[in-house]
Each structure stands twice: as structure tokens, then as C-alpha cells.
Design a binder for this molecule. Structure first.
Ligand code: GAR
Length: 210
């Protein structure tokens, strides 16, 4: 099985959905660690409760972004993950960090990228009058919420939606596509080559209307 480190900053619901998938015997990946930049991230306790080793690297405990990332990179050297899944990790990784793990880092973002990267994505989608929202799993490159797309799913934006109601509708499909994307990458069916996502699995549906 491929070894996966999951990075979180918050409640960790995407991390839990990956852990649930990984608990299935035929799933091609296992979660070897959950790493957070926030000691109070709810996902840390949720991961520990199901026996996953957890690590908190709190930014203010380090003199610089470089020192913070160096500590995380040292832990990753020990863990030797094949894949790093960013799951609500709300900190931009440096170019040096990304280069060190080039092609191995996945991120989930709650919009149909390249629309609405960054923060307040649901409010911006509602304000723009969009009728469709969704989420994207992509390989991480140096830009924010940038990089080749592995999987996307769409949900409707309904009259009366608030950022909160929309976020929870999107989150339910995040949980479905992240495990799909991780499975494709862990099986070698999708990989990043020369900055593009290359699919060796033409029959796999990686875009879905749910
Ligand atoms: C998810 O909606 C994820 O897509 C988003 O944070 C939430 C984390 O929830 N990530 C980003 O906005 C990254 N740009 P979770 O902690 O329950 O998985």
C-alpha cells in the first residue's frame, strides 16, 4: 500500500473520509500520519481516536516559515510518504517544499477551479450568481489552489443558500472525490508529468455531476 500523510488545519472531515476509505482492505493507500499547523485542530483528536499518529507543528513555535517547514520536512523524511494529501491545510507551502515532494502532493479546494481560488470561495460563488458550485482535487504546484486537476464534482447552488449551507453541500461531495482521486494516484492511474495531470485510466470518471 502507498503511504499517505494528511495535512490539516481544522475539523479534518476530509481526512476522516480518506481514513475510512483506507480502512477498506482493497484500498491501495494507508494513512501513516496526520500533520497539523494548529494544535487545536479538531481533526487531530479525531485521527488519534482511530489510531493514526498525529503531529502538530505550530507556526508560532518556529522563528520563520522556513524553520517551520524544515521541521515538517524532517518528519516527512522519517515517514517517507508516497503521497501527501492537503485536506483543509490553510497554509501555503513554499516552492522549496513543493519541489522536494514534486508530483506527490494533492490538495482539495471547495470550488470548481480555476474559478474562485483562495479564501471565501462560497461567498464569491454566490455573489457571482453562479448556479453550480463544486470541488476540485489537484496536484499541488507553486501557485495557490493551482496545478493539474485530478477530479472534480459539481453541486447546485440553491436559492437562499448561504456560504454555510453551500459549504456543507460541497463538503459531502469533497468526501467522495478525495478518496477517488487518492485511489487513482495511489494506483498509478493518474500522475503529474511535466506539470500536467496524465491519466492512464481513460475509463475512470474523474468528473461527476452529483
Ligand atoms: C474543506 O472544505 C476544504 O476543501 C477546504 O477547507 C475545508 C476543510 O474541511 N480547503 C480549502 O479551502 C483550501 N484552499 P475539513 O477540515 O472538514 O476537511
Amino acid at each position: 500500500k502507498k503511504k499517505v500523510a494528511v495535512f490539516i488545519s481544522g475539523s479534518g472531515s476530509n481526512m476522516l473520509s480518506l481514513a475510512k476509505a483506507a480502512a477498506e482492505p482493497e484500498f491501495p493507500a494507508e494513512i501513516v500520519a496526520v500533520i497539523s499547523d494548529k494544535a487545536e485542530a479538531g481533526g487531530l483528536a479525531r485521527a488519534a481516536a482511530i489510531g493514526i499518529p498525529t503531529f502538530a507543528f505550530v507556526r508560532k513555535d518556529f522563528a520563520s516559515k522556513e524553520a517551520h517547514e524544515a521541521a515538517i520536512l524532517a518528519e516527512l523524511d522519517r515517514l517517507q510518504p508516497d503521497v501527501i494529501c492537503l485536506a483543509g491545510y490553510m497554509r501555503l507551502l513554499s516552492a522549496a517544499f513543493i519541489q522536494r515532494h514534486e508530483g506527490r502532493i494533492l490538495n482539495i479546494h471547495p470550488s470548481l477551479l480555476p474559478l474562485f481560488p483562495g479564501l471565501h470561495t462560497h461567498q464569491r460563488a454566490i455573489d457571482a450568481g453562479m448556479k453550480i458550485a463544486g470541488c476540485t482535487v489537484h496536484f499541488v504546484t507553486e501557485g495557490m489552489d493551482d496545478g493539474p486537476i485530478i477530479a472534480q464534482a459539481a453541486v447546485p447552488i440553491l436559492a437562499g443558500d448561504t456560504p454555510e449551507t453551500l459549504a456543507s453541500r460541497v463538503l459531502t461531495v469533497e468526501h467522495r472525490i478525495y478518496r477517488l482521486a487518492l485511489r487513482l494516484v495511489a494506483e498509478g492511474k493518474v500522475e503529474m508529468k511535466s506539470g500536467c495531470a496524465v491519466s492512464h485510466a481513460v475509463s475512470e470518471a474523474t468528473g461527476a455531476l452529483i
